[in-house]
Ligand binder design. Structure first.
Ligand code: BJW
Length: 262
């Protein structure tokens, strides 16, 4: 008998962060970090794989503010080509992107997808709680006013900026080396109370994203899903190796099924 004379039902709680009771999960925060590997099966090249995006360019020439100042035409051409490819009908979200939409819709707690990718495949698939930490290929920024504009055309030397009306003032809305990735205070605030952290298709070679796994609480469940072990693999508690189009749907199905059964 309870000290106050009322019988208290004994509740057995599974407190492991991964598969606690379904009701407990409504307070769990799931953060997914994605990189170029999730878009590889949609036909977009990764950066560091053989035949990758840097293959014909030095990184510092096309992905740094210094490179842009030195040769704006080279940099604009690099991004013009990638923008055109992204807009071509062959490039579409794949099964990995679609699984993350299901995860966002069916996860009972809080959800955030942080992508390093500058393509728009996550939003085209249907994810909504999404943040592009390295910018977006289909946006351009005015160097004079810092205004960001939706952009689908090539940026050419005579392209006029819609806000300042001058030519030569637009740059791709992309975070280059040495620049601050977007929304970092918000991301670090959420990482600090994250319960489940997934990293998908990223080599773990570029910071700060590569360090996110170290910023989550020790109790968090951390899973790396990648073609191969990344540079920061040892920081993760679990690993699934294979193409994202296969392993992400399988992992999401299993995670949601386990939740339903708990
Ligand atoms: C598959 C697959 C399939 C393939 N299925 N998987 C020394 C030490 C530490 C840090 C620094 C340092 N010196 C300088 C720095 C900082 C620097 C940095 O990290 N440099 C390193 C190279 C050492 N970082 C920065 O400058 C960043 N800013 C910054 O740090 O500001 C200060 C700051 C401090 C503290 C807090 C916050 C800020 C800015 C980084 C900007 C990165 N920009 C780029 C270019 C974007 C534009 C563009 O798209 O062109 O972003 S670089 C490039 O790398 C791009 C990507 O988003 C990023 C990450 O690459 P990702 O996505 O991991 O791709 P890959 O190709 O590397 O890997 C793909 C993976 O997928 C592989 O593992 C494959 O196996 C796998 N894969 N097919 C599943 N089918």
């Amino acid at each position: 008998m309870h000290p106050k004379g009322r019988l208290v039902q004994s509740v057995s709680l599974d407190l492991r962060c991964d598969f606690g009771s379904y009701r407990g999960m409504t307070e769990k925060l799931l953060i997914v970090l994605t990189g170029a590997g999730i878009s590889a099966e949609s036909g977009l090249k990764t950066f560091r794989d053989h035949n990758g995006l840097w293959e014909n360019h030095r990184v510092e020439d096309v992905a740094s503010p210094e490179g842009f100042r030195r040769d704006p035409r080279l940099v604009q051409d690099f991004y013009n080509a990638r923008r055109a490819q992204l807009l071509s009908p062959e490039v579409r979200p794949n099964a990995g992107h679609e699984a993350l939409v299901r995860l966002e819709r069916e996860w009972p707690g809080e959800f955030l997808l942080v992508t390093q990718n500058v393509d728009n495949l996550h939003e085209r698939a249907g994810n909504q709680r999404l943040l592009h930490m390295h910018g977006e290929l289909l946006k351009a920024r005015c160097l004079r006013t810092h205004a960001v504009h939706e952009w689908t055309d090539p940026i050419l030397p005579d392209t006029r900026c819609p806000c300042c009306r001058r030519s030569g003032t637009l740059r791709p809305h992309i975070v280059w080396f040495g620049e601050m990735p977007l929304e970092m205070p918000r991301v670090y605030g959420l990482l600090a109370r994250c319960d489940v952290f997934l990293a998908i298709g990223t080599s773990g070679q570029v910071y700060p994203a590569a360090g996110f796994v170290e910023a989550v609480p020790e109790t968090a469940r951390t899973v790396e899903l990648n073609l191969e072990a990344s540079a920061v693999s040892s920081a993760f508690g679990e690993h699934l190796h294979g193409p994202a189009g296969r392993i992400v749907p399988a992992f999401v199905d299993q995670l949601l099924e386990n939740l339903r059964q708990s």
